[in-house]
Write a new protein. Sequence first.
Length: 145
Amino acid sequence: MRNFAITALLSLAVMFSIGAQPSATELAIRTVLESQQAAWNRGDIAAFMSGYDASESTLFVGATITRGYQRVLDNYRRRYPTKQKMGQLAFSGLEVHLLEAQHALVIGKWRLDRPADAGGDAGGIFTLLFKKTTAGWKIIVDHTS
């Protein structure tokens, strides 16, 4: 009986650890975000934007609503014209929720570490809607505050 109980507990532990493993979708989306963070931290806004769908329907919601990939890119370039103003970006508290096979929701926190003369530190929260495209998982809606 004791061996059965130990076997049952080990089986449950294995089942829960398997269930806790991120899915391939979650890993793919986290890879997009890690690539964006790395691109930002080397001062490469164009590479950072590769995480977004290059579409006129891409939306960025912040203080205002920006429609279209090119306008989002232009706003980033205008707001962060130098590597110093870009600072060092860190994402944390990421939660990836698969909505269906082609869409996922990500919530998390962002933080920029910058010198005071470059705008100082900043941070906030975000909600991202990802869509699976032929080019991989891409952000189609970004709501950042």
